[in-house]
Write a protein that binds this ligand. Structure first.
Ligand SMILES: [Zn+2]
Length: 376
């Protein structure tokens, strides 16, 4: 079985995003299943099209996934859908679930129609994909772990479940002012983040002294927790794509994997959630999902990819998160800078758009140095 995964760099400055192309073949490369998981920004959407044309030699994408409606994931997919033939779009369409969401509405002036409109206005990048799919007659698969009839071979949607998704939508930014059960966390979160950015302290972390702590359940947004979590089993090589999911969403995905009869802790490839943010992972979920910390200087046993922009640090990726993956046997690669990361059947190649092979080694060096200094 042949497969390859390509992480394209997304974003400028501090803002990160995801644009992932992949393809796999069970007939030695005679035919391929081609997928795109998120399209990053508009610019990275263009890059996705070029990549698929140039390297995969096709105009057809079997499945495109919008993990969640944030701009850094959804926006570029509209370029992809405009320019190429997409056979199936996997996403969430919260405006289709208004009947279920309406019971949470506490403002008597709100109608189902106005609730639906708010969701469309509040999630413009996702709604654009929905409209494009309808215009072009592309079937939309509602990507829930309890809705597995997408027909894509080797793929399992392991999160979110439909119920968990609806719980998240109630707290989406565009409708929190009209729904109950609102946690006034966004403003609070922003002020905490601003304070944390100002007071940057350096502390050291050793191999055996993990400083990463389990985040609070509401440490990341409901939009992030609504992310589609994907799992592929390529004849025993197991790959996990996490979008921007947070710990509670990842816990549920781990439950789902076990329900499906898969063991945990033996992935070949894991995408670190939310560009390596420390708000989305902690020791407990990592121990469960990918395994406990190992002896220092033992061989790496899986590859971790982090989609993070060049100037995303210290947030994306967070050094404690990088260390946490390394400590558990991960070979960590980030898309920072101008590299395009390519992973194929257990072999990793980092393609440099700007030539200079040494950059690759420097990049790996950086991660080793994380153990000397980490930022809090
Ligand atoms: Zn993101």
């Amino acid at each position: 079985m042949l497969y390859e995964i390509d992480f394209l760099p997304v974003g400028e400055g501090e803002s990160s995003g995801d644009a992932i192309c992949l393809r796999y073949s069970i007939d030695k490369g005679n035919s391929w299943v081609v997928g795109v998981i998120d399209g990053g920004t508009q610019t990275s959407g263009e890059a996705v099209c070029t990549h698929i044309r140039e390297y995969y030699g096709t105009e057809t994408i079997d499945f495109a996934v919008c993990t969640h409606p944030d701009q850094d994931h959804a926006s570029g997919l509209s370029v992809v859908m405009d320019e190429m033939t997409v056979n199936t779009l996997m996403m969430h369409c919260p405006w289709d679930y208004v009947d279920h969401l309406f019971e949470y509405v506490s403002d008597g002036r709100v109608t189902k129609e106005s609730l639906s409109q708010r969701l469309k206005d509040g999630l413009p990048y996702a709604f654009k994909l929905y409209e494009l799919a309808n215009e072009k007659g592309i079937p939309i698969h509602h990507a829930f772990s309890d809705n597995e009839n997408h027909g894509i071979p080797f793929l399992h949607t392991i999160g979110p479940s439909g119920n968990y998704y609806l719980e998240q939508v109630v707290n989406f930014r565009s409708i929190t002012d009209i729904t109950e059960d609102v946690v006034e966390k966004d403003a609070l979160l922003r002020s905490i983040m601003a304070a944390a950015r100002k007071a940057v302290n350096w502390i050291s972390e050793s191999w055996d002294d993990e400083k990463l702590v389990d985040p609070e359940d509401d440490a990341t947004s409901s939009e992030n927790n609504s992310s589609v979590i994907l799992f592929f089993d390529f004849n025993g090589k197991k790959l996990l794509f996490t979008g921007d999911a947070g710990v509670p969403a990842l816990e549920k995905a781990a439950d789902k994997l076990e329900t499906l009869g898969f063991s945990l802790q033996d992935f070949s490839f894991v995408q670190a959630p939310h560009h390596g943010s420390k708000r989305n992972t902690g020791p407990t979920i990592l121990n469960r999902l990918i395994g406990y910390p190992r002896q220092k200087d033992t061989d790496t046993i899986f590859t971790t990819f982090i989609s993070a922009s060049k100037e995303g640090e210290p947030k994306h990726p967070n050094k404690r998160v990088v260390n946490a993956f390394v400590r558990r046997g991960g070979k960590v690669i980030a898309t920072q800078g101008s590299t395009k990361c390519h992973y194929s059947n257990g072999v990793l190649i980092v393609t440099l758009i700007e030539p200079g092979l040494s950059d690759y080694f420097e990049q790996l060096e950086i991660f080793q140095h994380y153990f000397d200094q980490i930022v809090i």
